[in-house]
Design a protein around this ligand. Structure first.
Ligand code: C2E
Ligand code: MG
Ligand code: MG
Ligand code: MG
Length: 285
């Protein structure tokens, strides 16, 4: 884009690209040992039931506290971790921490109803042969039932997935682990294809939520979301919406029949203590 806009901007774009490449190189070098150095941490963002406003769970979102660059979001290092293979031990670590955290919440808020933890899986983890056994072991060590866990896999990771890729997901789903299709609506998956996938939850991408910003929203956007929700429900899938930033969006999405919501309107991702507070407010009304 900048390259076609004249000489100066051309140089600027190149310099930026260089700076990014240098940082990327530095990150790639530091990444393999960052896990051993304890530089990763997890923030949790509540999942709220649109019908009654109760907190039903949380999504685990990993961050890297880099000694020079400060806190880095997953978009900065997950692709590198996938590239270098670190994603497998990192993903296992995230899963173990999150499941333990979920058990703590359940113990402290046993009156607040079933609490579930959502953990993102990258495609590399799906093809790793240890996935099912690692998950079983982690749940057992934490004394948690499989239905306390939901694994999020992006729609794009499952487009055209063959049976070899779906098999571990199917085994996990058979055990009672929920599988959610993340960022749904951004890929080009055939809706009829959903029947083939062992998923029980659709997570509607933030782009849909954004189009609900105005109240009333664009009637065509409403129709699209309404159609997706009705198809999902007819296939017995629950619908979660991400990126809810305003009360108007939440209301519109509730009217359209979405089940659960997540977004800054309820809470930004934060440390586990914040969820304790939210769950307490929730339990006491
Ligand atoms: P995602 O799974 O779709 O997660 C939702 C993203 O939306 C998170 O970004 C979250 O902070 C952000 N978000 C939540 N509410 C709002 C809102 O109201 N408005 C806006 N604008 N954004 C909101 P984050 O934390 O930067 O994570 C980005 C992506 O990184 C995640 O997208 C997920 O695909 C990936 N990721 C995060 N943690 C892990 C992990 O442990 N393993 C793997 N493989 N991927 C992860
Ligand atoms: Mg997710
Ligand atoms: Mg998502
Ligand atoms: Mg997303």
């Amino acid at each position: 884009r900048a390259k076609s806009a004249g000489g100066n901007r051309f140089e600027l774009a190149d310099e930026e690209a260089d700076a990014r490449a240098i940082t990327r190189h530095g990150l790639t070098t530091a990444l393999p040992t960052a896990l051993d150095r304890g530089e990763f941490f997890i923030e949790y963002q509540p999942l709220v039931h649109l019908g009654d406003g109760s907190v039903r769970g949380a999504e685990a979102l990993v961050r890297w506290l880099h000694p020079q660059h400060g806190v880095l979001g997953p978009d900065r290092f997950i692709p590198l971790a996938e590239h270098t293979g670190l994603i497998v031990p990192l993903g296992r670590w995230v899963l173990e921490q999150s499941v333990r955290q979920a058990r703590e919440w359940r113990e402290r808020h046993d009156d607040a109803g079933p609490f579930r933890i959502n953990v993102n899986l990258s495609p590399c983890q799906l093809t790793h042969p240890g996935l099912v056994q690692d998950t079983v072991d982690i749940l057992e060590r934490a004394g948690m039932a499989p239905d306390a866990l939901c694994l999020e896999v992006t729609e794009s990771a499952l487009i055209g997935a063959d049976d070899a890729l779906l098999k571990p997901l199917r085994r996990l789903a058979d055990m009672g682990v929920d599988i959610a299709l993340d960022d749904f609506g951004t890929g080009y998956s055939n809706l009829a294809n959903l029947r083939r996938l062992p998923v029980s939850i659709l997570k509607l991408d933030r782009s849909f939520t954004q189009s609900m910003q105005r109240f009333p929203a664009d009637p065509v956007d409403l129709k699209i979301v309404e159609g997706i929700v009705s198809l999902a429900h007819s296939l017995s899938l629950a619908v979660t919406v991400e990126g809810v930033e305003t009360g108007a969006q939440a209301e519109q999405l509730r009217i359209l029949g979405c089940d659960t919501a997540q977004g800054w309107y309820y809470a930004r991702p934060g440390p586990p203590e914040r969820l304790h507070e939210l769950a307490l407010v929730d339990a006491t009304g």
